[in-house]
Design a protein around this ligand. Sequence first.
Ligand SMILES: [Zn+2]
Length: 747
Amino acid sequence: MPLNFVWGPEDEDGVYKPEYVEARRPRMKLKSHNTGRQGQGHGSKEEGCSGRCRSESKGTLRPTKRESRAKSLHYPHSTEINPNAPNALRFRQIFLSSATNYTIAAYLRALTLHPHLAGTAPSLATVNYVVSHFKNLSLQTHTAQYKTLLSYPTHSSLSAHFTNGTVHDLSLSEPSKNDNGDDAAVVRPYHAYSPSGTAFAKAVFVNYGRDVDFEAIKELNVSVKGCVVIARRGDLPRGIVVQKAEENGAVAVLMYTEGEEVKGFERGTVMSGVGDPLSPGWAAVDDAESLELEDTQVLKRFPNIPSMPLSVRAAQIILDSLGGAPPPEIWRVHLRAVGPGPTILNFTYQGEKKVATIHNVFAVIRGSEEPDRYVLLGNHRDAWTYGAVDPNSGTAALLDIARRYALMMRLGWQPRRTIILCSWDAEEFGMIGSTEWVEQNLVNLGSKAVAYLNVDCAVQGPGFFVGATPQLDSLLLEVTKKVKDPDSEGSTVYEKWAATNAGTNIQRLSGVDSDFAPFVQHAGVPSIDIYYGRDFPVYHTAFDSYEWMTNNGDPLFHRHVAVAGIWGLLALHLADDSILPFNYLSYAEQLQRYKRILSNLLDENVSLHPTYKKKKNVSLHPLTTSIQELVSAAKEAEDEAKILRQQETTGDSVVLKKRALNDRLMLAERGFLDVDGLQGRQWFKHLIYGPPGDHESKLDFFPGVADAISQSTRMSQKESQAAIQHEIWRVSRAIQRAARALEGELT
Ligand SMILES: [Zn+2]
């Protein structure tokens, strides 16, 4: 149901206060103004009941006296708005000072009223909700539809047959009532794209289902051939676990997620690769070429044996009944034996793959000076169930950024470059909505996209986490210094983040676990991915609801406010700064570290295989040279930027010089793309960041090199060294291309 906004009267600071009109009253309404701050640690899992108790006793969240005394300001920012500040700065201050937690809470409440799995009728309500929100703010709004292959369960059952003759039916359902007590159709637990199948076979435990686990179990003389394999969820993608089980002869796979607080079933996809399987590499628009389901290109993306998620309780019942060999010590698992059997499982999964329409929604804020340069903020909207964390905590933040940008527009702001807010569909099935769109717009994105800023599970709990391509590191540090930490009084996100064990650790974007994948790995667009907390216990279960968020994830929605602040502020810098805030020296430093790690790894290989002569046969020299070229180009660009920043004049020649430098900064990332892509996985074009083919590889960068190293055991030393060297050359040439693009001169 849509929620409507009216714009309230201008207050003394010249800031409009939005008044929230409830179309459907949320159970609790959070007051932002004069709310004050959370106490230290408030809102952590241990203290999650506080927000809840108050909301139940009064129906409205009011600040405690202590909180009111702590600070009575707009949450979370008290930025003074200086009317004399340059325009862009003044609007950044307005952006921060117009943060409100109650609006974000209301959006999240509305988005999570019903489960909204991609391709189903209820998901259309969330499309309409986002469209009407953007339209009500007078933002230019449109949608892009695709017809893609999705997958749904039709029937499943599981029972355990014990040696004493008893049969235990294991429940495969979760509560299907939403927070209002309404009946709602939560999809039964399943693995999307699993083939249908049945099995009546012995159960066997394989730890995380990695190669090392299968090797360990073989040493115990345990064979999984013909068995139903049970695996706990680790770092491997689900589809890879199934594939490895299949290679070892298993007939079906059950996966469960461990954790004291974990309940329910972790749904997920087992398809490999990214995007619609029927249109690999091109967009699944109406009347587009569509491969047959039986096409080998399509089939190779799906496992051949069926699988399902299992609840931790059901897993325990089965595992406790196993006999046979005790588990290898290195598994560190409280288990008497790994099987196989004597317990026999009767497993059935039936599902259907069908073509369904998916909907991406966009709001476009056209740039005043450079409308043909795009800054993209994206989050997916589809969820396995209610999706309060995954992904709608991000959607709520996106909608609040839209509200605040619209407010700024009413006050006269228009970004220099175009800002596009993107709400993706069908991410859970394999980044399908974003991938189809990137494929459809590849040339325009390649020549005009400045950056892509992704948020998926925006708020999972406490603690700031971020991943980025390295030229954005400096901007990230800068922006987190401007946003107040949601969990500790008086400090910024940056200060709290820097004080953690890992320091300001910025992860890289080699994974394919959210919508940044097509932007970085296929289109070479500089990208960021931000979130609060990680490893939340209700991931992909029916318990990922608004209620969980208000009880556990973020009772006062302050972490949501922090994410929206960082996300929106990053975009404002990228859209408004006259020189793009990209620092390629960070990139070069990062590559330098990769070179060292790679060198150590090759040394290790030498010590593992004494016949190897790494020094003589594999040379890292091409990397050294190309990184040096990138360093020089980055320094030059930096110097040029310094000079141009000081030139206030808006004369044509300076504007064009800035534009030319910005284009070089924007296009350098594209240099890392290779037209041939990764060997055997041509869709992945980026040679620095991408998933390695071997998910147990020690390298989470240079995926082509990682693949060559993984395959070395299957080749002669000569062949393997040649393959590794070739991939090192390819990476070096990619770095050189980036350096040339940054430098901007023809040879
Ligand atoms: Zn997600």
